[in-house]
Every structure is written in structure tokens, then in C-alpha cells.
Design a protein around this ligand. Sequence first.
Ligand SMILES: [Zn+2]
Ligand SMILES: [Zn+2]
Ligand SMILES: [Zn+2]
Length: 479
Amino acid sequence: MKDRACFDCGGTRYAHTRLPHGPICTACRRRRHYHHESCPACGAVRPLAYLADELIVCASCAGATSIFACDTCGREDHPYGAKRCARCTLRERLTDLLADPTTGQIHTRLQPVFDELVESERPQSGIWWLRKNPGTGPRLLRQMARGEIQISHETFRELPSDRAHDYLRTLLTAVGVLEPFEIRIERILPWIEKVTADLPAEQAALIQRFAHWHVLRHMRTAAREDRLTQTITDASRRRIRVAIDFVAFLETCGASPATATQDLLERYQEHTGTAFSHEHAFIVWLRDTRINTRLSIPAIARLAPTVTVSDEQRWAAVDRLLHDDSLRRYVRIGGLLTLLFAQPLSRIVTMRTSQTAVTDQAVHVTFNTTAVQMPPLLDDLIRQHLQHRGKSLYASRETGWLFPGGNPGRHLSTEAIRSQLVAIGIKPYENRKATLFCLAGDIPAPVLADLIGITHSNAAAWAGLAARDWTDYIAERSR
Ligand SMILES: [Zn+2]
Ligand SMILES: [Zn+2]
Ligand SMILES: [Zn+2]
């Protein structure tokens, strides 16, 4: 039985794989196939299993045909089954899934999906996706390939907006099969229909007009400028809710948006007990569109900068982000770029790797026009991050995002970083203001503006605030 024992581990169970120097067992074969090593003879990183001059080397160095090579493509990477690699397996399954029955070929419009998935860095993930979600994404793709459903945004609008559908839709958009779209706007459309469904027709029409011409227009502008956040989306919904609420109040008083008087508006305010704010955009809109010019609300004061986070609190937060290994690296880096350089999270998530420059001595980041040297520890975090950036799960072609997101071609969302910072008691927005305050006290406004990419007038406002407090401080001291 000696010759039936595994050459690697000595075990006799399942030692079926024959190598020139003896058999190895299934477990050892698998280990060698999945864990590529540098060949001691030629240096190539491959599965090593062949004995030559008492060294375990690669198949080429032993002059053998590799037992790890895929039957179809001959490659040893991406092991999957015993005979075929993950990429070839995925290619076969997708060819079947995406076949157009009239031609037997991959549906022409879906070819980019095929290419993206098959060429992704980890084809195993693609196989996993097909197996894990047969009833959702893959099923829709099959129906699209067969012409049973349209390849369009319309199709998705009629389906629930859940993770599986959103993923497929983002994938189709990322590879150019569908036009770009913004998921937050897509989701608000049916919501508007829903909240206006029970209103009298005339009111529903008015609210929808407001929603489409005012609220959605703002959202679309924000989306175009790549700054449409969950905060803006939530505020948009509140504006529509407030509009509905106001119209309902008027109804109980026997009035309508067109006939409402200033007196009724003031009674409405007493009734709700809240001060006028941007949420009352509907009332401003009624006036701007001349539906009702009798209504006016006091101009909502543009808030002067204020600071609510103390220096100690901010440095404690910086300290935690620098040292706490239990936090995700992208949260630490994102938080530090906000807390040290006053970068808004919405801008941090859209950063490109090309904005970083790494040498052995230093790491520089260009936020605006000037490269800024990163302080110790943060530079190491960025170095590590650049080596292990998160990858889009199923389709992971290089996109250049410093923070790639979970959906194909997208960067990480602002919310992904914000929520994790808030969870540990760090409010990014408040801290960013404290940082601006602190920087504005030290750096001349024009330099600050160039360095971190805020407008000159914003920089001046902050510098003004910093100087004012400084003046107060000196006055206090001299007393
Ligand atoms: Zn073994
Ligand atoms: Zn070799
Ligand atoms: Zn293959």
C-alpha cells in the first residue's frame, strides 16, 4: 500500500492524482492548485507539485504537462473544477444564459455584459453570482436575451427596486447597455405617485408639478454634479411632504394654494409649530410660479458659519481614526481627510487614485491644484489602501476610483463612510466645519482656497470667523 500513500502528506485516502514521482491526495492537490508559489527553479508564480533535484518545482521546470492546466484554455490560474478553470466555466454558463435563440449567439446588445463578467479579475465571483441568485438577475438576463422582456430602464421601473435588481441595472448601465441613471431619482418617482395617489386630482396635479419642476430638478442638478447624497434625497422627500401637508391644511380651512392668504399661512405655521425653513420650498415655489403672490415667508437666513466641535474633540477623533485598527481602512482614511483637510465626504468618495503620489519617503494627495503631503500614519494607511482597495464584487475592471463601490463602475457612496463615522460618534459635517475654522486661522484665505478646493469667498468667510474669535480671545486675555 506504500505506493498508494500521498507523496505530500502520507495519507492514503483519495490519493488518486498521479504525478511522475508519486500520487497526491485530493486535499493536497487542491492546496497546491489554489496556493500558487514562486518556483524555486524559474521564479514563476504557479502551482508547484513536481519533483526535480529534490525541489518541488513548476510543471515546465520538470518538463511535464501540468495537471493543473485547464482543459480548455491551458491556464493554471482561477482553479475551479478539476478539469476546467473558473473563467472557462463562467464563459460556458454565460454563453448559455445570454444566447439569443434566433441566432444561437450571445445577444448582441448583451455582449458587453458577457465581456465584463468573463474578463473580471475574479471569475469565481461571477459563477457564484449566477448560482446564488438564479431567480433574479440571471433570470432577467435570460429573459432579455430571449426577447421576452425589453432591455430598458422601463423594465426595471416595473420591478421592485431591491439589491438584486439594482445590481443588474447598475451593471447594465456601467457597461453601456443602458443609459446612465440615478437610483435615488428612480426611487423617488414611484414614491411621488404613491403619496399623491389619494389626493383630489387638482391637488395631486399641483404637487406633482412642484415635485417634477422644482424638487426633481434640484436632484438632477446635484446628480449631474455628482453630489446627490442621501441627505439631499431625504430633504427632497420632506419638501414634498410639507407641500402635501400644507395643501391639506388649506383644504380644512376651505382654501386652496391659489386662494390662500398670508393670514392662513401664519395660522399654518402656528399649527405646525415649526419655523420656516428650506422645507417650505413649496410656498416659495407658489410665489415664484405666480400661482399665489400674496404669500411670503421671511427670507430664510443664509446661516453664517458656526463651529460646534471643540479642538479637543476633533483631535480625539483624529487620534482614534489614526490608531483604531478595528475600523475599516476606507472609513479611517475618509474620516481623516475630512478631519485634517476639511474635504467633504461627497468629494472624498469621488477621488481618483491618480490624485495620490506615493514614494518611499512620502505620500502626497492633490485635493485641488496643489499636492499636499500626508502626515505620518495617514500616509501608511493610504499606502496600504492603494494595495488592497475594495473591488466591485462581480465585475471588477479597474475604474481608477480611490474608493471603488460595491456596484460595477461606481465609487463608494458618501453614506458608506458617513454612517460608520457617526456610529463611533464622529459627525463628519460638524468636524469638517471645525477643521475649516482651524485651517482658516492658520492659512491665508487664497492659499486655503487653492489647497483644499473651496471657493475664495468661503475661505474668506471662514478666515473672518477665525480672526473674529482670535480677536475676542486677545481682548479677553488683555482684560
Ligand atoms: Zn495529501
Ligand atoms: Zn519553474
Ligand atoms: Zn480555462
